[in-house]
Design a protein around this ligand. Structure first.
Ligand code: HEM
Length: 290
């Protein structure tokens, strides 16, 4: 029977409800199920706490979910870079907007981790050994893909030739920022030639001429709408990425104070130094000269 006002099947809340009577599929002996499609068994059997501490499960799942979101961020960033190289900037802007939202999501996730107190973390910290997010190859790949190319960060991956290959292959490609500046040049903006022919594997150095090219865009957005939109999407992404770094360092200080990191750095002072890293420096400097 159907409810006349909503058009939905009428039901008696007092009776046991059986969704199969309305067509819900219940037999997956010969069909692909939700779990089959998503590889849920593999994901849910990848949590192996090394201690009996209650909070270790939170710590593991927080890192694993972050790595899944990083996987999607990398996927979108690579596609965005390719789209810019092919002059499909509008598509790239859409993907970059998604990456910014991914980082917003990762930023909200810190609230869950912050429910873990220093005493609770101390109960299992020794079990982590020397492992640390510092060795996250996906995080490093994101940095390399967007333009923060510090080759010193390759070393923790030397024991894994497959990862070294991925990271060094990334360094050989123009970064997202390199591709954005090449597009700017194709749009007729005065990007200095040395920027377009630079060794892309080297770290980016601030270039006055690039700041001036962006200034032309920002002084007359309607004349340079494509470049203007791309610039704002890049700034948006960096904004959320910076917030991730800031939330990380604040959470770390809250949980371990000024102890050394499990990865061997001085901890807070290392992470504070990383807060100074700029991905697209000219896009921040241009604001001052407008
Ligand atoms: C209580 C929680 C956490 C603590 C105490 C902590 C602590 C640290 C410390 C001290 C470092 C510096 C490297 C070292 O010497 O170990 C570091 C780096 C890092 N951590 Fe965490 N972390 C926590 C949670 C997370 C989470 C949830 C993620 C998500 C994936 C993460 C990702 C990273 C990354 C990517 C780095 C490298 C940053 C860079 O090199 O710029 N951390 N962490």
């Amino acid at each position: 029977m159907t409810d006349k006002t909503t058009g939905c099947p009428a039901h008696d809340p007092g009776k046991a409800y059986d969704p199969s009577k309305e067509g819900a599929q219940m037999d997956f002996k010969a069909r692909m199920s939700y779990g089959d499609y998503l590889g849920i068994d593999a994901i849910l059997s990848a949590q192996h706490p090394l201690s009996t501490a209650h909070d270790e499960m939170l710590f593991i799942i927080q890192h694993q979910t972050s790595e899944l979101w990083m996987k999607l961020a990398l996927y979108e960033l690579s596609a965005a870079r390719q789209a810019i190289a092919g002059d499909h900037t509008a598509e790239a802007s859409k993907m970059l907007a998604r990456v910014a939202r991914i980082f917003e999501q990762l930023n909200s996730a810190w609230d869950v981790l912050r429910t873990m107190t220093p005493s609770e973390y101390t109960a299992f910290r020794d079990d982590l050994g020397q492992s640390s997010g510092f060795q996250s190859w996906q995080y490093r790949l994101i940095e390399y893909a967007v333009g923060n190319r510090n080759k010193a960060m390759l070393r923790p991956h030397e024991h894994r030739p497959d990862l070294m290959e991925r990271l060094t292959a990334e360094l050989a490609r123009p970064s997202l920022y390199d591709e954005a500046l090449r597009r700017l040049a194709r749009l007729g903006l005065p990007v200095p030639p040395e920027v377009l022919t630079r060794d892309v594997s080297e770290p980016w150095t601030v270039n006055e001429g690039v700041t001036e090219a962006w200034a032309q865009v920002y002084r007359d957005p309607s004349a340079h709408w494509e470049a203007y939109e791309l610039a704002e999407k890049l700034v948006d992404f960096e904004d959320y990425f910076r917030r991730w770094r800031f939330n990380h360092v604040t959470t770390v200080e809250r949980v371990i104070g000024f102890k050394r990191g499990t990865g061997g750095t001085a901890g807070i002072s290392y992470l504070r130094r990383m807060l100074e890293v700029e991905l697209f420096p000219e896009l921040w400097r241009v604001r001052t000269i407008l």
